[in-house]
Design a protein around this ligand. Structure first.
Ligand SMILES: [Zn+2]
Length: 68
């Protein structure tokens, strides 16, 4: 699946690249047994990975451009 937007934590504001979000969603899916595709469609079910942060992720409107 191709993801092209930045994702942001609702609490700490940390910005995740599409690749980082995908890795987090895969990790979460392996813990909960959910489908990755469902998590890609519902980023609010993917928790922030920062220690002590209880936030979750939202998709931003900022398009991610891969550095070359
Ligand atoms: Zn956070």
């Amino acid at each position: 699946m191709h993801l092209e937007f930045w994702y942001r934590c609702t609490k700490c504001g940390y910005m995740y690249t599409p690749q980082q979000f995908q890795a987090l969603a895969q990790l979460q899916a392996s813990h909960t047994g959910e489908k990755e595709a469902d998590l890609f469609a519902a980023p609010e079910r993917v928790p922030c990975r920062n220690r002590g942060c209880a936030g979750f992720l939202v998709r931003t409107e900022s398009q991610y451009k891969e550095a070359r």
